[in-house]
Design a protein around this ligand. Sequence first.
Ligand SMILES: Cc1cc2nc3c(=O)[nH]c(=O)nc-3n(C[C@H](O)[C@H](O)[C@H](O)COP(=O)(O)OP(=O)(O)OC[C@H]3O[C@@H](n4cnc5c(N)ncnc54)[C@H](O)[C@@H]3O)c2cc1C
Length: 410
Amino acid sequence: MTRKQYCDIFISGGGLAGLMTALSLADKFSKIICCDPNLEFESDSTDLPQDRRVTALFNSSLDYLANLIPLETLLTDCGKRLSEIEIVEAGEKGQLIQTTSFKSHSIDREEFGWVIPNENLRKALIDKVLQNRRITTLSKKGVKKVITRTKEAHILLSNGDRVVSRLLIGADGKNSRVRECLGINTNRISLPQSGITFNVRHQLPLSHKSIEIYKSGGPFTIIPLPCEDNYSSNIIWMDSNKNIDIYSHMDSGNFAMEITKRSLGMVGNIEVTSPLLKWSGTYQMANKLSHERAILIAEAAHNLPPIGAQGLNLTINDIKLLNEQLAKSEDPGDFKILKDYYSTRYLPTLLKFVGTNFLNLMSFSNILPLKIIRKEGVNIFANNRQLQSMLIKFGLGEGLFEVKPFSRTE
Ligand SMILES: Cc1cc2nc3c(=O)[nH]c(=O)nc-3n(C[C@H](O)[C@H](O)[C@H](O)COP(=O)(O)OP(=O)(O)OC[C@H]3O[C@@H](n4cnc5c(N)ncnc54)[C@H](O)[C@@H]3O)c2cc1C
């Protein structure tokens, strides 16, 4: 028999974004429902998809997360401090042309942020969600259909159940069903480029530094893995569809040799220790972030190339602002509040979307002027302390559009 439930806030998607949103809004609203068709919301669920990715979170994001989960424990148990980013320019024959280091000390910080494995972060969030009596989780149920009215959103779930909510939040990823049901289009940037990510062990240590190596085809990023010694890292490799296809079909010996070559031997010989996870080079941003009784956040709103660790950090800024906006009214779906969210959030998000896609295009392209701009651009920032500090702060989300730190009222 199908059921009908009522709630203040309905969150479509139990990924990192959906879980964080549920926790941060549970202070103010007493009935929140979060659903996911692919997830079992259980602390030790073996059903969780194996996500071996790591996420670099900036200090401003971590300050916010500290209000939601026991962050100190998470960082001590499985975090890695990130205090240096090295940008390397490689020639077409695989020779090192230029290397530039950005250090957190240059902006008087001990670190830029911390690297955390996605699985550990997800588990910490799920534990807290399950302990919170204001949040109801619906495992293995997805949003099928949405109709919005002036006073509420009507949601039909994949098992036939219905929910009526004062606000619907679409946090259901890049192929968002909520976005589709609301008829919101996206701006798409599609390159004949793909990416693969995987974990490796290497010969030379890499402590608190990540390395981004630029050559045509896309960046090749080495991120030190937490919970391990200094000889394990996560690699994000972006290249043309043709090359990624060739690499992902190589036998392990040849693949390891190809990675060692692409990394310019900067961490010595490399051995792959996890399966490859592949994605396509299509990135998109929603044309609208709000709708009658509904809002889009995270990858449902903006799906960026994984350059400069922007995706989830940008999402945390979505959630911070949403929190601030919803604190202004008793009605979470208040038209003006949602409209204000959209108008405040759209421009900074668009800038990040255009910026990361431009960087990606510059690194993908083999066009000489673009390559010169990239190399000289890095040089200009490296040689001017003030410009460098501005660039770093902008990358950390503290630049032109700083969002005030979140403060929680007990
Ligand atoms: C290789 C790589 C490295 C990255 N590194 C970083 C980094 O260092 N720093 C950073 O800030 N960001 C990084 N990102 C980006 C970051 O990982 C993403 O922004 C983040 O994981 C996306 O979270 P999400 O919850 O929006 O989406 P998802 O994790 O995709 O979650 C969406 C959820 O919605 C569910 N769903 C789907 N359909 C429905 C439906 N019909 N109804 C209900 N639910 C549904 C899905 O099952 C899924 O669980 C990286 C991304 C990649 C690809």
